[in-house]
Design a protein around this ligand. Structure first.
Ligand code: 4AD
Ligand code: MG
Length: 466
């Protein structure tokens, strides 16, 4: 017999058909001659009601096992349901118990549990309504990203995960080594007595990438418009609601774009993928709007319908300086703005997304194009309510001499970046790009307030158990 998913079943008219479904029981309640079980198979937020004639001899032994968490196959007739709030129900003809679920030890109980507790059972939390909805949205959001770029003439490229260069120059890289690190005496030393990385598998010291941007630039300077969508890593020991040590980043890079073209793309992209989620995941978004964040529909409307504010850093500082009594970190020109300032601008002051540009060069990455004032760079950040920075990007410094000068200012060793400089030696063009943190985008569209809960297995300080 054909097994159908619950999603399929609700989408098409399958009544008067004998079908079978498979999934996990959520609840069961018993009346005198009938029992009702709610079954979910993960394909949709909806449960299917299973009606069991509990007077039938063959169901007597299995019935007590039809409880929260148990996995079953049910065969039967699908009929229109007389009950309110559900279209169909399944009259059980046959029930096969795949796996019982002992209630005394099963961590996922019907009652409300905390996010903190659920993180300790990350392998089972996808069985809860909240995490299943989150994961379905995450899947659809990934698809939306690819669809947007494909529809707009971008090529999807894959940049390396193991790299020898630090794109952000922030020294937050995880080491990748082929050495046996369990004993110090295993490490080969050079004549100066320090680790000899030339003995590494790659013949050099390597790290997990913090960004695919530099390789992305080289590909954009051949293909025109590209994007990456892959995991990136930051070995920063920050325990915040919006930082993870492993996160996915989407990085478009475009030849012949300046920073304003870059902003236009960022705004259009965020609006488009948010709309895609509203149109394709209404049921799952509704769960978050009902049970987690009542303001979610408003936030999503704000993000999709407003024209984003464009604000030069210098003007942002003028606004923030007046509010300094509110901030832990006081602002003056040159301050590297933090989440409290970003959120003030987008949530309280403009009440909509803000694109801030022309940062001081000292608080910006080395590759951002220097403005004629020699003080600011053509970087831009997209700030959104509840999160702060969602996107960081820039027009790239495409002048070889200026880039060399800046790398010197940043005390960077330019030798390893020879190939990046080559892009400015041979057929250099104006170009720009940005990086959008996928988990932060997930936080925006779900209203989930902690980055640990928008991915199945978060990697944050102290957490890599699963
Ligand atoms: O601003 P960032 O560091 O920019 C870059 O890496 C550039 N190379 C991107 C580019 O221009 N191609 O990071 C970009 C975005 C941030 O705006 C944020 O959304 C996210 O990546 N991000 C993080 N997300 C989660 N955890 C972290 N530790 C993050 N660090 C950055
Ligand atoms: Mg940034």
């Amino acid at each position: 017999m054909k097994t159908v998913s619950i999603k399929e079943l609700f989408a098409a008219d399958k009544t008067a058909e004998k079908i079978s479904v498979q999934g996990w029981v959520k609840t069961r309640r018993d009346l005198k001659t009938q029992s009702f079980a709610e079954l979910n198979d993960g394909s949709t937020r909806k449960n299917l009601q299973i009606v069991i004639d509990n007077t039938r001899e063959e169901f007597k032994s299995v019935l007590p096992e039809i409880i929260n968490g148990a996995s079953v196959l049910v065969e039967g007739d699908l009929v229109l349901s007389p009950a309110q709030g559900q279209k169909y129900e399944l009259l059980a003809g046959k029930i096969i118990l795949y796996g019982p679920c002992p209630q005394e030890t099963y961590p996922i109980q019907k009652k409300k549990t905390s996010d903190e507790f659920l993180r300790t059972v990350a392998h089972l939390r996808p069985r809860t309504n909240k995490y299943a909805s989150m994961l379905r949205i995450r899947s659809e959001l990934s698809f939306a990203v690819h669809k947007y770029f494909r529809d707009n003439g971008f090529f999807y490229v894959h940049t390396p995960i193991i790299t020898s260069s630090d794109c952000e120059g922030a020294g937050q890289m995880f080491n990748v080594s082929s050495f046996d690190l369990s004993k110090r005496e295993n490490l080969p030393l050079n004549e100066k007595g320090v680790t000899d990385f030339s003995k590494e598998l790659f013949g050099r010291r390597t790290f997990l990438t913090v960004s695919g941007q530099m390789e992305g630039e080289s590909l954009a300077l051949a293909l025109g418009k590209i994007y990456t969508f892959g995991p990136t890593f930051r070995a920063e020991n920050s325990n915040t609601y919006r930082h993870a040590a492993e996160f996915w980043m989407i990085e478009p890079e475009m030849a012949f774009y300046d920073v304003f073209d870059d902003m236009d793309l960022a705004e259009d992209f965020v609006k488009n993928i948010t709309k895609h989620i509203l149109e394709n995941c209404a049921e799952d978004v509704d769960l978050f709007a009902k049970f987690l964040d009542k303001t979610l529909p408003e936030t999503l409307k704000n993000v999709t319908e407003n024209v984003y504010e464009r604000l030069a850093y210098t003007d942002a500082v003028k606004i923030l300086e007046k509010e300094n009594d509110k901030f832990e970190l006081k602002v003056s020109w040159g301050t590297d703005l933090s989440s409290e300032h970003e959120r003030f601008l987008t949530e309280k002051y403009f009440k909509k997304p803000v694109i801030m540009y022309n940062k001081p060069k000292n608080v910006a990455a080395f590759y951002m194009k220097l403005n004629d004032d020699e003080k600011t760079v053509r970087g831009m950040d997209l700030l959104v309510p509840r999160i702060g920075e969602l996107i960081g990007g820039a027009e790239r410094e495409n002048r070889l001499d200026v880039l060399e000068r800046k790398m010197k200012d940043f005390k960077m060793d330019a030798v390893g970046y020879w190939w990046y400089m080559d892009l400015r030696r041979f057929g250099s063009v104006p170009h720009a790009g940005f990086g959008l943190g996928f988990e932060r985008m997930m936080m925006l569209v779900t209203g989930i307030s902690n980055i640990r809960d928008v991915t199945a297995y978060p990697r944050v300080p102290g957490c890599a158990e699963f």
